[in-house]
Design a protein around this ligand. Structure first.
Ligand code: NAD
Length: 265
């Protein structure tokens, strides 16, 4: 029996089999959790449906996180299937493509700032608000995905860095607000992984290569490695952990000067 046996998890953010949310879903399924999925729009529905079937799930609910009505509808729909919810995985981010390129000051606009923060950070609060009632009286957990660009500047990551900084603060404030109800809230700060969202960042391949050179493990991480840590953090094995940002980045964040530094000069 897996360490998530008896748990019910809502996965928000699968767009395809390269999605980090898919790595998380696979790990949670392997550990015995029952899963439900949302999909952003009709274009993604069929793809998510096929993946969901691989984890023996046929609970698929549309949800564009820019809509409070759709977010609320997710939980009233889920309520028809399940009498409670143990886990919400928030693996969603968006910024206008033209803002993820070039000089931060030139690229950033008021509207771009609003969109990035609303979709990438506020949506976590919104899911917590709407999902809270279903998570009462159980050892429940929320999990989101961040990146080191929240804490340090990264070329081209631009407005998404600010949105991730907001998301990480969101994790701490949600953890404090929901702790008394037994709901834990954590984030994984993942190393760069080639996904649809990552493709929107200018020169992403260079970020990947740099990460490989700097990280003590000398390589990038996979969605399965992120998935395993996510499954742990959302399980009762992690019952003492909340408000934390856990790195799954091959150790990149711990390094000041990489072993290969001479080659970078
Ligand atoms: P992805 O493109 O597979 O996933 C992003 C998801 O966000 C998609 O499923 C998309 O449908 C969803 N989304 C975007 N706007 C939405 C909206 N308005 N409503 C509902 N859903 C919406 O890419 P990914 O890399 O797996 O991204 C997942 C998370 O991981 C993001 O928060 C991302 O910032 C984070 N992250 C990614 C990396 C990386 O290098 N890929 C590293 C660290 C953190």
């Amino acid at each position: 029996m897996g360490f998530l046996a008896g748990k019910r998890a809502l996965i928000v953010g699968v767009a395809g089999d390269r999605s980090i949310a898919w790595g998380i879903a696979k790990a949670m399924h392997r550990e015995g959790a029952e899963l439900a999925y949302t999909y952003q729009n009709d274009k993604l529905k069929e793809r998510v449906e096929k993946l969901a079937a691989q984890t023996k799930s046929d609970i698929l609910i549309p949800c564009d996180v820019s809509s409070d009505e759709q977010i609320e509808a997710v939980f009233s729909h889920l309520d028809d299937y399940w009498d409670g919810l143990d886990i919400i995985v928030h693996s969603v981010a968006f910024a206008l493509r033209e803002q993820l390129s070039g000089n931060f000051v030139d690229a950033t606009t008021r509207e771009g700032f609003r969109i990035a923060h609303e979709i990438s950070s506020y949506s976590m609060t919104a899911l917590a608000k709407a999902g809270r009632a279903m998570m009462q009286g159980r050892q429940a957990a929320l999990l989101t995905l961040s990146y080191i660009g929240a804490e340090r500047s990264v070329p081209n990551y631009n407005i998404m860095g600010l949105a991730k900084a907001s998301l990480e603060a969101n994790v701490r404030y949600l953890a404090q607000a929901l702790g008394p109800e037994g709901i834990r809230v954590n984030a994984i700060s993942a190393g760069p992984i080639r996904t649809l969202a990552a493709a929107g960042i200018s020169d992403f391949k260079k970020l990947l290569d740099y990460n490989d050179k700097m990280a003590p493990l000398g390589r990038g991480v996979t969605i399965d490695e992120v998935g395993n840590v996510a499954a742990f953090l959302c399980s009762d094995l992690a019952s003492g952990i909340t408000g934390e940002i856990t790195y799954v980045d091959g150790g990149f964040n711990t390094v000041a000067i990489g072993l290969d530094y001479a080659k970078l000069l």
